[in-house]
Design a protein around this ligand. Structure first.
Ligand code: PLP
Ligand code: ZN
Length: 411
């Protein structure tokens, strides 16, 4: 029996049979993102603490009972998920916390959290018999789709802004995707990709319209719960661009609670770059209307003018009793350096934005010191060397003898 009861529109609440609708609510159009409503009574019978304790699949597929696939033939060997959760004790000065937890999702095959979504998206495409996929992306969703599609023999068409970091574009090309560098913003790349998908009949991976992608992202929360020995954190901090990641994180924690794996929810805190912050502005005005401003941030993965999944993002924050905070580009670069130098975890700008958020929360007096706080590092620093170099400083250039080395050492 299918685990999916229905698809429910987050805007108008109308419900659909999954066989009826592929992407968004036919009544609301592009804003009517659907939520996959699962049969938890059925899932609960299988997905228990005991089941997980005995499970030797160290990937996101250990949560397969909660992932809405009708068959498993599209599951690839490439390992997404089961990334480390570190207990960090070296940053109490910066965070005001005795210790906190770092979920290092840069440790996925293409080096970002997006791999969780792509693993499920590709498996879904297989199930539907759709072997040409597309996406628009600030970079990571695309490189991730490219990698997973390559492993599955699926053809891909990718639309990224021409300003996407070189490493991410290189990933697309080496995985063999057909790449369109769009002379415009991410928002324009999205429009173009959706039009092309319509015209050429491609299966669209964009998390902003495809309801199944979030079902992969939610597994990061399952892992956090399991790695904390089935205790919920008090606060989970997530960088927000389109809002799919934070929506997935919240759905994962809610499900862990519903399934009896944990006995309370964490607060979900969203972090945006201060000049790319439509979700924070909407949260502060207590509205679900997002006001467009040209986004400006070094954190390309969250450089978003119109949040495509803003409703789910705001729901995550409101329903969990959390809040939004903003950080500046300078704070992001500082956070990148501190994190690398005190933990050995090297994140890209958006990847360390949640950690920058924790430093900010401490400065604003929002942390108590003994709370269990988790920061999700969502992407690797090697994806954007130019930004990292701004934070890293310069190396010493020397002649190949000891004279200059001595001078520098003794200085
Ligand atoms: C995509 C991405 C985010 C933000 O996720 P959204 O779903 O767009 O909110 C954060 N960090 C990294 C590294 C990403 O690639
Ligand atoms: Zn609707």
């Amino acid at each position: 029996m299918s685990k999916v009861l229905k698809l429910k529109c987050v805007k108008c609440g109308r419900e659909y049979d999954p066989a009826q609708v592929l992407y968004t609510c036919p009544e609301c159009g592009i804003e009517g993102i659907l939520d996959v409503v699962l049969d938890y009574d059925q899932i609960k019978k299988e997905l228990t603490r005991d089941y997980l304790k005995k499970n030797t699949d160290y990937s996101l597929w250990r949560y397969l009972p909660a992932i809405p696939l009708e068959d498993t033939k599209g599951i690839q060997p490439l390992q997404a998920g089961w990334t480390p959760l570190y207990n960090i004790k070296t940053l109490s000065k910066e965070t005001g916390l005795e210790s906190f937890f770092l979920k290092d999702d840069s440790r996925n095959p293409t080096a970002s959290l997006k791999d969780r979504a792509s693993a499920v998206g590709v498996a879904k495409a297989y199930e539907l018999g759709r072997f040409v996929m597309c996406t628009a992306s600030t970079g990571n969703a695309a490189s991730s789709l490219s990698g997973f599609a390559a492993s599955a023999g699926i053809k891909t068409y990718i639309f990224v802004p021409e300003t996407a970091p070189e490493a991410k574009v290189t990933q697309l090309l080496i995985y063999g995707s057909n790449v369109f560098l769009v002379k415009g913003t991410y928002d324009e790349a999205v429009e173009l990709c959706f039009k092309a998908a319509d015209e050429f009949g491609w299966y669209n991976r964009s998390c902003a319209i495809n309801p199944y992608l979030l079902e992969g992202k939610k597994t990061v929360a399952y892992e956090i719960c399991e790695q904390l020995r089935f205790q919920a954190p008090d606060i989970a901090v997530v960088a927000v661009g389109d809002g799919c990641s934070i929506g997935g994180v919240w759905k994962g924690f809610k499900e862990c609670f519903t399934l009896g794996l944990i006995d309370k929810f964490p607060k979900i805190v969203g972090v945006q770059a201060e000049k790319s912050n439509p979700v924070t502005r909407a949260f502060e005005k207590n509205t679900y209307e997002f006001e467009y401003r040209v986004p400006e941030t070094i954190a390309d993965s969250i450089s978003v003018g119109i949040p495509r999944n803003g409703i789910k993002a705001l729901n995550a924050v409101h329903e969990s009793g959390g809040y939004m905070v903003d950080v500046s580009d300078e704070e992001i670069l500082t956070a990148m350096k501190i994190l690398a130098q005190k933990t050995g975890v090297f994140g890209e700008p958006a990847g360390v934005t949640s950690f920058a958020g924790i430093i900010k929360m401490n400065e604003l007096g929002l942390l108590k010191g003994d709370e269990k706080v988790v920061s999700i590092v969502s992407g690797s620093g090697l994806k954007d060397i130019k930004s990292a170099m701004k934070a890293a400083g310069k190396a010493n250039l020397v002649e190949p003898n000891l004279t200059e080395v001595r001078k520098i050492i003794n200085n």
